[in-house]
Design a protein around this ligand. Structure first.
Ligand code: NAP
Length: 336
């Protein structure tokens, strides 16, 4: 089990964020099955990886499935996997785990080549509820283990159930049913509070992050704990995709590199040592978003993209997130 103490020593020697290439790794057996943490994956993939505090590798580019309707989810995931993506990100709350699992099965890839993440919804917080919800998610996905299991949001105003849920998730990791565990939408205070009361340092904190809301302070807090930062809404999500696509500076950088604005934004994530999980149901976009490995942004390009920070989030503030806030958000969305 990874404890806070041994994790921090790994971070101190710079092992946690050392990017490496999946292409440089060879799985000795080359067959399907369950690789041990850190064991080699897909030899054909060109996706760079980061090392988690478990020793396992996480691909730096993955495929998001938020808001992909169940009838479209299997096809989208299948397209992503045949395009070359190996990390699939879903959640109980997206209500598409079953179809995501169908897409994974249809692609027929060796299990050890995949990196599958799902998330525990806040309604299922508390120890026993979390255990039951994990079993249900795994069964819907048709898998016998997860590569990463995340607490979807903290509930800071009533933190006890959050802590109890994380303790259940620690047990799930100890039993080998999730190879790595982590959190999502945790701010530095929430992390501190969790770390003070539990023993496994989260491997990942998945947070809203793109050039318009670049979360520099939270990235730094994650890094201090040896936690990999994963970016949700990496190209702006529903609200801000058009802002980034039509931004003059992003457009100029894209033209200079002969790339699209979205490719430039995804490249920015990779070069910042982040994991990005863009979502699309459009096969052309799925392919475009994967074609981000053959060019390099200059430091001045990175600085220009850093300068797009607005300080405004597209999603909810984790400090005030709970079930009531979520229901209100959904009601507002439905009115539009
Ligand atoms: N942990 C959390 O709380 C949380 C919250 C939100 C999201 N997430 C995860 O993060 C993933 C990504 O975030 P997201 O889905 O909010 O937003 P996103 O990936 O930043 O943006 C998705 C939007 O961009 C469009 N798009 C994708 N590629 C494009 C391209 N090449 N050109 C033009 N438009 C393009 C998509 O439309 P088309 O389908 O038409 O391409 C879609 O409308 C989610 O799917 C989910 O897995 C996690």
């Amino acid at each position: 089990m990874t404890t806070r103490r041994n994790l921090l020593s790994a971070a101190a020697i710079g092992a946690v964020f050392a990017p490496s290439l999946l292409a440089a790794q060879t799985r000795p057996d080359g067959a399907s099955g369950s690789p041990a943490p850190g064991q080699k994956r897909d030899t054909m993939s060109k996706i760079p990886t980061l090392k988690l505090n478990t020793g396992a590798e996480i691909p730096q580019l993955g495929f998001g499935t938020f808001a992909i309707k169940p009838p479209d989810a299997a096809a989208a995931v299948h397209t992503a996997l045949t395009t070359g993506y190996r990390l699939i990100d879903t959640a109980k709350n997206y209500a598409n785990e079953k179809e995501v699992g169908e897409g994974i099965a249809r692609a027929g890839l060796p299990r050890g080549d995949l990196f599958v993440t799902t998330k525990l919804w806040i309604e299922d917080f508390g120890y026993d509820n979390a255990m039951r919800a994990f079993d249900a998610s795994l069964s819907k996905l048709g898998l016998d283990y997860l590569d990463l299991y995340l607490l979807h949001w903290p509930v800071p105003m009533d933190f006890e159930p959050t802590v109890a849920a994380y303790k259940a998730v620690e047990k799930i990791k100890a039993d080998g049913r999730a190879r790595a565990i982590g959190v999502s939408n945790f701010k530095p205070d929430h992390l501190r509070n969790l770390l003070d009361r539990t023993s496994v340092v989260p491997a990942v904190n998945q947070i809203e992050l793109n050039p318009l809301f670049n979360q520099a302070a939270l990235r730094e807090a994650n890094a201090r704990h040896g936690i990999v930062t994963e970016s949700w809404s990496p190209i702006g999500g529903g609200k801000n995709v058009m802002h980034l696509l039509t931004n003059r500076q992003v457009g100029a950088i894209a033209t200079k590199h002969g790339k699209t604005p979205v490719q430039v934004v995804l490249r920015w994530h990779l070069q910042h040592g982040l994991v990005a999980i863009p979502r699309s149901t459009n096969p052309k976009h799925i392919a475009e978003n994967f074609d981000v490995f053959g060019f390099e942004l200059a430091p001045a390009d990175m600085a220009a993209l850093d300068g797009l920070e607005t300080g405004e989030r597209g999603g909810p503030d984790p400090d005030t997130f709970d079930l009531a806030a979520f229901k209100e958000l959904v009601a507002q969305r439905d009115k539009k």
